[in-house]
Design a protein around this ligand. Sequence first.
Ligand SMILES: *[C@@H]1O[C@H](CO)[C@@H](O)[C@H](O)[C@H]1NC(C)=O
Ligand SMILES: *[C@@H]1O[C@H](CO)[C@@H](O)[C@H](O)[C@H]1NC(C)=O
Ligand SMILES: *[C@@H]1O[C@H](CO)[C@@H](O)[C@H](O)[C@H]1NC(C)=O
Ligand SMILES: *[C@@H]1O[C@H](CO)[C@@H](O)[C@H](O)[C@H]1NC(C)=O
Ligand SMILES: *[C@@H]1O[C@H](CO)[C@@H](O)[C@H](O)[C@H]1NC(C)=O
Length: 463
Amino acid sequence: MRLTFKKLRRWILIAAPCFILLLWICRTSRTLYFWTPNNQTFSPPKNCLKKHAVPQTQPATLVAVNGTKTLLVSAYLEHRTSVKEVRIIAIKPRKEKASYLCHLRCQEKLNVTRAKCKIHPDHFRFHYGTADIMCPLPSGCPTPSHVAVTHVDDKSEETLDQDFLEVKNQKSEFDSFPYNFTVCFSTMFDYTNVLQPVLFQLVQSLEMLQLLGVNRVVIYKTSCSLETQNVLDHYTHEGLVEVIPWSLSKYLNVSRGWLPKHGPGELHYFGQIPALNDCLYRYMYRTKYLALHDVDELILPQSVHSWLELLPLLEKKFGANKRFRFRSHVFPNDVLLPPPIFPGVPPQDGWGDVSGVDILSHLYREPLPGTGWVDFKVIVEPRAVFWLSVHGALKSLNAFVWVGTDVARMYHTRAKTRPELTLKELIYDGRLLNYSERLVPAVNAALRDSGVLPEDRCSVPHG
Ligand SMILES: *[C@@H]1O[C@H](CO)[C@@H](O)[C@H](O)[C@H]1NC(C)=O
Ligand SMILES: *[C@@H]1O[C@H](CO)[C@@H](O)[C@H](O)[C@H]1NC(C)=O
Ligand SMILES: *[C@@H]1O[C@H](CO)[C@@H](O)[C@H](O)[C@H]1NC(C)=O
Ligand SMILES: *[C@@H]1O[C@H](CO)[C@@H](O)[C@H](O)[C@H]1NC(C)=O
Ligand SMILES: *[C@@H]1O[C@H](CO)[C@@H](O)[C@H](O)[C@H]1NC(C)=O
């Protein structure tokens, strides 16, 4: 009896402090962040959210052409064709037979010209496709300020009350650009119920791009959560990000898939292709180079550190004015192996409690398949490109070159694409660790400034 009583007393002596400690941890961590692993929703402490004064961008307001199902996205002066034209980026049913008239506003006058329309070849068999409506400029009207489009059969032409689009890119500048590198992100959708991991990856990606020399990231945003908006506001305030509100749902049903069988709808993947083309023209004379990217992709040079150093190398090797293609390497996001011990690899203290895909801990990649399609992304000089699609330029003045994987390659942290591979067949690639010393503090600062990570005054210290 005495023995069991002693045991019980010892047990209580050990358990009680543990229990108190546990209670304390629960209480403090609740004030840290309300993150419940079950439904994976996350909301930062409200008192830490910051409001930034953010310059507003004019939304890409669509204009419907009366009597047709055609939607106009934006209008740009085209300087590169032998006859100057206005290029209107549009979305229309591919089979719709419509003839259009352009109403060009030149100072106080209005000139009418007949338009030509071309459907972009990449439409992935959806009902709607991206189109260019080209308005030739009559002599005496070299720089129209606005343009409206009507259907030829529209008899209400006399009382023209179609909305006019502003014609942008009035000047073609070729020598001084405010930005060296601009990245066009694919459309941002469904960030309304965003998981913390996705937000975390967005911040890592934006910080990595800056380390690589990127000055501007353009995001076509359909919807996002309050937390994501705070992150976007932070970067807009800093001058890195331009958010362009992008909603087509009033006019048509966009698909969530890249083929009709992957998601019902009338237009490919949230209207990604018209958005990318708008990005191309919007930044044509504002950036030296333009890159296509998704939030989970990074083009990393192998022998130098930034794109600023990489592009001169590529241009020396391949000649200027090429389209550079970078092969995608898949880093499966379910493989979490530590790097082999190398001297000089900086310690990874990482992000502690912040959960999410930490690109610095996904360092094993699938070998490239020997044959078949290899995914890629591009860096281009936008002034040489006419049409953009998901991966690259469809129509361009210059040729493309494949950049060797020893020079630069794309890192794509995503679900594995070759499930048949064993862990041993994956290849260690620690290139990202070369950036970690600068990346980790930058990400932490951005998360704090956007209120995703609590600031010191709101919480316990954080690594
Ligand atoms: C353009 O409009 C002006 C005034 O409306 C007209 O005098 C001129 O002939 C037009 N030019 C062309 C090429 O249509
Ligand atoms: C659209 O076209 C119809 C018939 O052509 C006409 O009655 C109507 O006024 C037009 N609406 C606008 C906004 O131009
Ligand atoms: C663009 O690159 C040049 C070096 O090539 C650099 O001096 C300049 O500051 C960069 N511009 C921006 C906006 O970062
Ligand atoms: C989208 O699809 C739904 C269901 O098929 C339909 O009711 C709705 O009118 C469509 N919206 C548009 C803008 O076409
Ligand atoms: C980091 O960069 C240095 C110098 O460019 C290089 O020698 C080293 O191998 C790189 N480390 C990794 C892991 O890529």
